[in-house]
Design a binder for this molecule. Sequence first.
Ligand SMILES: C[S@@+](CC[C@H](N)C(=O)[O-])C[C@H]1O[C@@H](n2cnc3c(N)ncnc32)[C@H](O)[C@@H]1O
Length: 279
Amino acid sequence: MTRTLPNRWGHLYVKSRSTFGLRRGPTGRRTLGSVSVPFDFDEVFDEDYLFFYEPLLADVTETDVDTIWRLLRLEPDMAILDLGCGHGRIANRLAERGARVTGLDATAVFLDRARRDAASRGVDVDYVKGDMRRLPWTDERFDRVLSWFTSFGYFDDQDNRRVLQEAHRVLRPAGRLLIENNNLVELLPRWQPALVTERDGHFAIDRSCFDPTTGRATTERVIIRDGRTRRFVFSVQMFVAAELRNWLLDTGFTSVNLIDPNGDPLTVRSRRMISIAYR
Ligand SMILES: C[S@@+](CC[C@H](N)C(=O)[O-])C[C@H]1O[C@@H](n2cnc3c(N)ncnc32)[C@H](O)[C@@H]1O
């Protein structure tokens, strides 16, 4: 039996008893199977991603930028690095407010879109194709580093820690890193095993499971668009607040604030978890 419920993004949550492609693991339980880490990023971040996510993100972007500006205490002329900047929805708007913005992303098609949008807004953002695990800048280059919309946690522990080390390295003394992620303890009780996003009769279907022994959420995504079907698996490391704070302190940050998007202390009811680490 299948039931659909709209959420605030117009997603349909599918509640189904169907096993829907899940396999039996060695314990006899049904699992999504494993995904190698890192997974194939080119399958996940591409034109299909923009097609389904861009309109949804457009609705929240101005609010996101207000939140970032306030929580990072940004000022015009500050040097900001947007790590995993995607199609530039945040970076270009920070530049419109007077910040000196650099955007780094691994996906060329997103950077092309970001550059076109920057040109149409008349702002100058330095977009760089690269890998957040190996930043192409000398030490102490930026006042702020930003990782927004679950852009941290794609790799194994060693590489995830490397991302934090690189962010720390390129920050100036007294600089700040902001990481915005899901709040795991809030998300788990309302975990949806399946989620359907529809746009103009095209579908992205996600089936996700969370493995508490690894802390990873694994998703199988099926894209049905223009009469073709594409299927791939990806996963992301999810952190409880204390764990991420300890990682940040291990990296060398002197202190970490764990807050919600309003800037209030994180609670079990906060939808998103924001970590602000002080160099
Ligand atoms: C969930 S998206 C978020 C994009 C953007 N921060 C936003 O809020 O719209 C994650 C981004 O990380 C990028 N990414 C994935 N692996 C990367 C890597 N190794 N180095 C740099 N960027 C990467 C993807 O291309 C994608 O744009």
